[in-house]
Design a protein around this ligand. Structure first.
Ligand SMILES: [Zn+2]
Length: 122
């Protein structure tokens, strides 16, 4: 785990992420992004910066769940959950997240717990 700055459209979040998460967040342009990681838990987030407030806060942003209807987005890919991270002060969006599930994997690992099937696989 290391403290990493993850950029979103409305600011950034400093979070403790794993090497695997860091790889997902790295789009090869010299900084890391929130969107490709999936959902961050509140305990993983340390600080957030809001472009509207122009201020860095020493606590996690609010997590706002927009949708958790399972939605088929490709042949074997289901969008499980979608939401935003919001500024604690003004409530504007810092960034967004999406959690996907691959259906073929879900089928093969029949006995696994549902939590094992979400977001960690690529
Ligand atoms: Zn704000």
């Amino acid at each position: 785990m290391s403290e990493t700055t993850l950029h979103g459209s409305g600011g950034y979040i400093v979070a403790n992420i794993t090497e695997e998460q860091a790889k997902k967040a790295d789009l090869g342009v010299g900084k890391l992004f929130l969107a490709p990681i999936g959902k961050l838990e509140e305990r993983e987030m340390i600080k957030h910066y809001c472009k509207i407030c122009e201020e860095e806060f020493n606590n996690p942003p609010k997590v706002h769940l927009e949708e958790n209807n399972r939605e088929q987005v490709a042949d074997n890919l289901v969008l499980v959950e979608r939401g935003q991270y919001n500024c604690q002060k003004c409530d504007s969006a810092i960034g967004e997240y999406r959690v996907f599930e691959k259906q073929d994997e879900a089928g093969e690992v029949g006995n696994a717990k549902p939590s094992d099937l979400v977001s960690d696989r690529n």
